[in-house]
Design a protein around this ligand. Structure first.
Ligand code: G5P
Ligand code: MG
Length: 207
């Protein structure tokens, strides 16, 4: 977990690369529903475009259904995002470790301006930090990159505010359960080796 733009997607890609977990990003899942114009996508879009969270019941049903299809070893990115989502999740699944990315809002606002994504896969680029090999094109498929609708400065402001109000309480929730480890910093390349070492020593060593 972590605020919008803190690097959840970027760090998740590295965890998947190095540890081979199955990555489920709630944002990517919602965006694929929007792109396919499903009923869930139409409903979710109303909230996402304003920078609000989609309602808990919609999100929980969607995420739990996805997890049931995945046998073992998954990594959640962006879910749960409210205490009520976390409570339902814990009734259905076991969480081993919660990684919290603690990145200042000023850093996030600058990063998001430069973000481009490959919609179909969720691969994330940044014109400064990890630019695509060919400008405007996805490295793997060569398909065009896009900017997210909710990355407009006004919407980013709303997302950060919703994070403060609705998601930050989860830090205490998982801390009280002794599951949370926070990693503070402004650069993913500095945070990542520390996250990796922590996961190796505290989780994957016994797997
Ligand atoms: P999402 O899609 O989960 P957010 O807002 O939580 O959206 P986001 O924006 O996807 O999170 P991130 O994954 O944390 O950000 O960050 P990232 O994409 O890896 O990195 C951000 C940018 O910074 C990228 O361009 C990356 O390349 C760059 N970058 C990374 N590290 C560095 C660095 O060190 N330096 C620099 N310069 N750049 C760097 O959710 C979207 C919406 O869906 C709904 C909500 O409406 C939400 O707003 N939603 C939910 N609603 C209810 N409940 C849930 N559980 C929901 N999940 C999603
Ligand atoms: Mg993301």
């Amino acid at each position: 977990m972590g605020p919008p733009g803190s690097g959840k997607g970027t760090v998740s890609e590295r965890i998947v690369r190095d540890f081979g977990l199955d990555h489920l990003s709630s944002g990517d899942l919602l965006r694929s529903h929007i792109q396919n114009n499903t009923d869930i996508g139409k409903e979710a879009k109303k909230y996402i475009d304003k920078g609000h969270l989609v309602p808990d019941n919609l999100m929980v049903d969607l995420a739990l259904k996805e997890l049931e299809q995945r046998k073992s070893g998954w990594l959640l990115d962006g879910f749960p995002r409210t205490v009520s989502q976390a409570e339902v999740l814990s009734q259905n699944q076991t969480i081993d470790i919660v990684v919290n990315l603690d990145v200042p809002f000023e850093t996030i606002i600058e990063r998001i301006k430069q973000r481009w994504i490959h919609f179909a896969s969720g691969r994330v680029y940044n014109l400064e930090f990890n630019p695509p090999k060919v400008p405007g094109k996805d490295d793997i498929t060569g398909e065009p990159l896009m900017q997210r609708e909710d990355d407009k400065p006004e919407t980013v402001k709303a997302r950060l505010q919703k994070y403060e109000e609705q998601t930050k309480p989860l830090i205490e929730y998982y801390s009280n359960l002794n599951k949370l480890q926070s990693f503070a910093g402004t650069e993913t390349n500095v945070i990542w080796p520390v996250v990796k070492k922590y996961l190796e020593e505290n989780f994957f060593k016994n797997k």
